[in-house]
Design a protein around this ligand. Structure first.
Ligand code: BGC
Length: 550
């Protein structure tokens, strides 16, 4: 049984104030979410009108979405986070695909060293994948595309190289389906001599240096991949969004609205084009995002201060670090420490030492045995909230367990079930934060659970602003709710660890979305996983590129 810490009456009031104050800083009232969405819409407009805005609104030159009938076998390379993946994707033409993939770890040295070393590593990984003995029978021949419809469109005499689609999940100013300059690095990458260079050329040069017969024919962002792959499986899609290590969205825009394309031939044809928003850079000037001291510390100590402001409030790379900053401030608080008996651990003292996955684990324990989560469609074991006739009530996010601020500190008033959950959370904390058992009380467990919920709830609410902006921008919703033409489902493809695994992230996002655009529209929003979106999206883009003769 864990020790309960004794708190004297007078210090109790002071402590409640400290916790109440922190909680207030993280709360986002409805009117604030409205203002944020309004600013988001303005920035969409500026980014579509001119080049050079932080939220870059990048035209992707992807001018249509697939309908699921596409076929072919393609190589795809996916770089965007901790791992890089090489895949062979087989589009079966009936909304289905098969995929064989291999993950390779990207070390910090590669992320921050010379770009040529990073791209050499990418080429080596493709080489290893192609020569791996696990090649499936259909692809065992030296040309893995033999017999596919994609290869039928290539003259092997003229170009024996294997076509590959590159998913590159960083801001890139695209100038064609197979060309784009790196604008900036994000998510802990800072490889030298990449910014301003064509990423397709950087990769192709590496293939050539290694004498690999592979040709990079298409370049795609992971959000575009999510959009295309959800369209492939669902028959259509409006928005592809990532809520994972980083965050971003890509949506289908009318070409006439992408005013910065001027008289580019792509604009003259009219129609639609997918735009990669790069919404992680929203509000870099921090005009509307309510920032706490924990965010300021995170930003100051990051490798890209003053950049990716929105992403730093939302994504998996940062939520653990925000929570770590918050917990450290409680450990350090004077005259009396408010957490862990004033002790920390090596891990907790380490920059980025608290993984967002730990917050997720803690919230999962707290939620265990309660109402079922509203899972994202396509998550294993999840149900489809849209397909059900009666949509279940979206649970209200519980920041402090249905109680006024600081009530969670009163362990004696918790139900036996909640106390047992806190016991389990305490074990998770001791283990994952590498703290001494005697330094962690049940009350500490309640505090860490509360901190996790604060950080994640704010992230989900802000994510809803981004989704609402796309719905309003494309005329499918009005900010504040209101009548819009009766429509079928508004299909959204998502990917990323937060949306897939973080307890109640989707439910919290939907609750705020409902507040922003009204229940009628929110109910029609069909959020589903775009599993393997990066691989499938790159394959679909490679197909489009080949058809265009690139
Ligand atoms: C990048 C985006 C990417 C997102 C999700 C961000 O850091 O700038 O290009 O789509 O992460 O991976």
């Amino acid at each position: 049984m864990a020790p309960l810490s004794a708190v004297s009456g007078s210090s109790k009031g002071l402590q409640s104030r400290v916790f109440g104050d922190i909680e207030a800083q993280f709360q986002l009232e409805d009117d604030v979410l409205h203002s944020i969405t309004t600013k988001f819409l303005e920035d969409f407009g500026s980014g579509l009108g001119e080049y050079g805005h932080p939220m870059a609104m990048i035209p992707t030159f992807v001018t249509g979405v697939p309908n699921g009938s596409e076929t072919g076998t393609f190589l795809a390379l996916d770089l965007g986070g901790t791992n890089l993946r090489v895949c062979e994707v087989k589009l079966l033409g009936n909304h289905q695909f098969t995929l064989r993939q291999q993950k390779y770890r990207v070390s910090d040295a590669l992320k921050t060293g010379e770009a040529s070393a990073l791209f050499d590593y990418l080429a080596d990984s493709v080489d290893a994948f192609l020569t791996t003995p696990t090649v499936s029978p259909t692809t065992a021949a030296s040309n893995p595309f033999a017999g596919s419809s994609a290869i039928d469109e290539i003259d092997p005499e003229a170009d024996p190289a294997l076509p590959l689609g590159l998913t590159f999940s960083f801001p890139v100013e695209q100038t064609a389906l197979n060309e784009g300059k790196v604008l900036t690095w994000t998510k802990g990458f800072s490889a030298k001599n990449a910014i301003g260079n064509d990423v397709v050329k950087l990769l192709q040069d590496a293939f050539n240096r290694k004498h690999l017969h592979v040709r990079c024919v298409a370049l795609v962002n992971d959000t575009v991949g999510a959009l295309l792959s959800r369209a492939y499986t669902a028959g259509g899609c409006l928005l592809g969004a990532i809520f994972g290590t980083g965050t971003n969205g890509a949506y289908v825009e009318k070409v006439e609205n992408i005013r910065k394309l001027g008289d580019h031939p792509a604009r003259k044809n009219g129609g639609d084009m997918v735009v990669n928003c790069e919404w992680g850079a929203f509000d870099n000037t921090r005009g509307v995002l309510p920032t706490t001291q924990f965010d300021n510390k995170l930003d100051r100590e990051s490798i890209n201060p003053r950049l990716q402001a929105f992403e730093k409030f939302i994504s998996g790379m940062y939520l653990g670090e925000i929570a770590r900053n918050l917990l450290l401030s409680l450990i350090d608080s004077a005259p009396k420490s408010l957490l862990f008996n004033g002790r920390s651990s090596k891990l907790l003292n380490l920059h980025y030492g608290l993984d967002t996955a730990v917050l997720s684990e803690i919230e999962a324990v707290w939620e265990s045995g309660r109402h079922p989560d509203v899972e994202v469609k396509g998550v294993e074991g999840g149900h489809d909230p849209i397909a059900e006739e009666q949509q279940p009530e979206v649970p209200k996010p519980k920041i402090n367990g249905f109680a006024p601020p600081a009530h969670f500190l009163d362990i004696d008033s918790h139900s036996p079930e909640d106390r047992s959950r806190l016991e389990r959370i305490r074990s998770v904390i001791v283990q994952r934060m590498e703290l001494a058992d005697e330094d962690v009380t049940l009350r500490d467990a309640a505090i860490v659970r509360w901190a996790s919920a604060l950080v994640a709830d704010r992230a989900a609410k802000l994510s809803a602003c981004a989704v609402a902006t796309v719905l309003v921008q494309t005329g499918h919703a009005r900010l504040g709710g209101g009548v819009v033409p009766e429509e079928e489902h508004l299909i959204v493809g998502v990917d990323g660890s937060l949306i897939e695994h973080y307890p109640n992230f989707n439910a919290r996002l939907r609750a705020s979305l409902r507040m922003l655009v009204g229940e009628e529209v929110e109910r029609r929003v069909d959020i589903g996983m775009a599993k393997d979106g990066s691989g499938v999206g790159a394959a679909l883009c490679a197909l489009q590129a080949i058809k265009q003769g690139l």
